[in-house]
Design a protein around this ligand. Structure first.
Ligand SMILES: [Zn+2]
Length: 390
């Protein structure tokens, strides 16, 4: 495989030459005359880890702006689900392309998706060159034939991209999937070595309904079913007690915090400080374009930091470095991807960011500028798996 040399780039505070061989960083202090197939002259650019978006619904890019300014259950039942019922596989493919192009343009090289007709999304991810974890989504409303089709997809899965795409078992939520299917999904995931992706404790209604139907709160309910483990990615996790936080931390569950979606749907304030203190693994996701209304992880990072501060009344909560880690290496680790950091030997995923961008100046602290000030217009190159993808 070929070599790519990134010359005179700012890396962890010093100007250096970064060499990529194949799909990994081979040197962060390479000589400037290494023969390479591709050379990027990167004076004035900084190399930073790219984003790992741990919860989204890519094809819902087609619903951007379709229904705004209402709460989750009305939004889902009266607008989103009826719209989706009309969507074809071709629509899903177009929506996936649109979303992935948006994610690349805003610095993401990975997304954890939950949607339908995933073979169309596989095609888009493969062609556009990024990474993804695509959910085979289960809902109680699907027919037996649809469910066995999904099991077949999992059983016969082969990654066409050579290591960039994985599948997850994705029961939608506890209010759309019954206890038997939730458990069945867990055993399929365990046996097949898949992650288990679910919406969890997103709204007060979800919690109240769970208490009424099952006599306990959502996290306790899933724990009682034996579902929770270190392969579980739980999206939202807004309404939880300290006891539930301890369960999530103890089971090694990864949380995908989606601040924009939670704020826009007024679902509630994510308890970052409490969950962090309990030892929970927190990563960041955008949720779909229909409830955000974009897939820009840079914005999501800033919102996550600000919401954590206002939610806890403590400005020291969620400092910039920590939030950047949630949005990058934290997400990569949760999916077992050896990336999210600029290090020799790691997978060659990176952003090259313009230090002369108006919102990057002056530079008292690069990470602070990146988290709190800059926008995606400062991104000049997006590199994934050793290739320039945007
Ligand atoms: Zn979602």
């Amino acid at each position: 495989m070929g070599k790519m040399l990134i010359k005179n780039v700012l890396c962890a505070g010093r100007k250096t030459n970064v060499l990529i061989e194949g799909n990994r960083f081979s040197s962060l202090s390479a000589p400037s005359d290494v023969p390479s197939e591709k050379v990027i002259e990167a004076s004035g650019l900084a190399i930073l880890p790219p984003f790992f978006n741990t919860h989204t619904h890519a094809a819902m890019s087609l619903l951007r702006g379709y229904a705004d300014d209402m709460e989750l259950h009305k939004w889902l039942t009266q607008y989103i689900w009826p719209f989706e019922a009309e969507m074809t596989s071709d629509d899903i493919e177009k929506g996936s392309y649109l979303a992935i192009k948006e994610m690349i343009a805003t610095g993401s090289v990975f997304f954890n998706d939950m949607y339908f007709d995933i073979e169309r999304t596989v095609k888009a991810v493969d062609e556009l060159g990024i990474r993804a974890s695509l959910g085979v989504t289960f809902m109680e409303s699907h027919t037996k034939a649809q469910q066995s089709e999904k099991l077949d997809i999992l059983r016969h899965w082969q990654d066409p991209s050579g290591g960039r795409i994985m599948l997850t078992v994705a029961p939608h939520s506890i209010y759309t999937v019954g206890s038997d299917l939730l458990k069945k999904c867990a055993s399929i995931a365990r046996e097949g070595g898949f992650r288990y992706h679910i919406h969890l404790s997103e709204t007060e209604k979800e919690v109240a309904d769970c208490v009424r139907l099952h006599g306990c709160r959502p996290v306790e309910y899933l724990d009682r079913l034996g579902v929770l483990g270190d392969n579980v990615i739980a999206a939202h996790v807004v309404h939880v007690t300290e006891k539930e936080a301890d369960i999530l931390a103890g089971r090694g569950v990864t949380i995908s915090h989606c601040p924009c979606s939670n704020m826009k749907l007024a679902s509630g304030i994510f308890q970052y400080k409490m969950l962090k203190k309990a030892g929970c693994r927190i990563t960041i996701g955008t949720d779909g374009d229909s409830s955000n209304n974009n897939l820009d992880m840079g914005e999501e990072m800033k919102f996550a930091a600000l919401l954590a501060k206002v939610g806890s009344g403590d400005p020291e909560t969620a400092p910039a470095e920590e939030i950047l880690r949630c949005a990058t290496a934290g997400g990569a680790e949760a999916f077992g991807i050896d990336s999210g950091r600029i290090e020799e030997g790691a997978l060659a995923d990176a952003l090259l960011v313009d230090m002369n961008d108006i919102k990057m100046q002056p530079c008292h602290n690069l990470i602070s500028n990146w988290v709190y000030s800059a926008g995606s217009e400062a991104i000049k190159y997006v590199i994934c798996d050793g290739r320039i993808v945007g």
